[in-house]
Design a protein around this ligand. Sequence first.
Ligand code: C2E
Ligand code: CA
Ligand code: CA
Ligand code: CA
Length: 277
Amino acid sequence: AKNAGRDTLRFYDPQMQAVVSARATLELDMRVGLAQGQFELYYQPQIDHGRITGAEALLRWRHPREGFISPAHFIPLAEETGLILPLGEWVLQAACRRLAAWAQQPDLALLSLAVNVSPRQFHQVSFVAQVLAALAGAGADGHQLKLEMTEGLLLQDVEDTIDKMGQLKGYGVGFSLDDFGTGYSSLSYLKRLPLDQLKIDQSFVRDVLTDPNDAAIARTVVALGTSLGLRVIAEGVETEAQREFLERHHCHAWQGYLLSPPVAVAAFEELVRRTNG
Ligand code: C2E
Ligand code: CA
Ligand code: CA
Ligand code: CA
């Protein structure tokens, strides 16, 4: 591909053609997969003072021929093709059904569930109605639902974003800013948006003990969030030393392989009982 620069205006490029048809196949497979129940939510625990207080829901696709396909692979394509709209709606409904089921069990009733929301999904006119319908349809309480959004999403149409967040907050729904520090948020936006939580991106957590810049960023995010009245949670915590660093700097909560990767619901519930019991 290095020498393709000289004649980029070819009408037929077999290599490109292969990429295009692989994407078309993947898109079709996603539609079929959604209809046939091949998607599933996995749950990664979020820990606050040694207790599991909630989970992040992470989408998994069990493809009949390819096996597990990573969301890092199919979410961007789903965004491009618009398939994220039905897929994202399914995620919201599945998450709300899970919350309603937990609410029936005393040892799980207080858990919150965080759902990742993509920009295209959030900026649909019907997004607020969709969330409320998912909550009502399942009989779930909005206070247990958190939505994780990225900086790019929040900045796309700030007035619309603030309006939608405000409406949902009226039903108790919380908002986390995901991947914080990797995008373009300015402090003035942070102040205007009705957020509840900042999430320190895992790229800063990874080398927090060895890279002074990452350590400074992690500390600064905690200080900034705290001074704005927000909770701060770190993601991608893999070692006890990272956890200890974050705790020492008053980070409120964390998630990561150190306790558990995202797991299927039965394993998650078992972990909650064992950890909080
Ligand atoms: P994200 O929201 O930043 O999620 C964190 C990712 O880090 C997850 O990858 C999680 O499995 C992984 N992770 C968790 N703990 C650790 C750790 O200790 N070390 C390392 N190295 N990684 C850790 P995953 O599940 O593959 O998801 C990738 C991305 O796909 C997510 O990034 C999110 O942007 C997107 N995604 C996943 N599920 C959904 C969904 O339901 N809707 C939307 N719109 N996006 C989703
Ligand atoms: Ca997330
Ligand atoms: Ca993240
Ligand atoms: Ca990410």
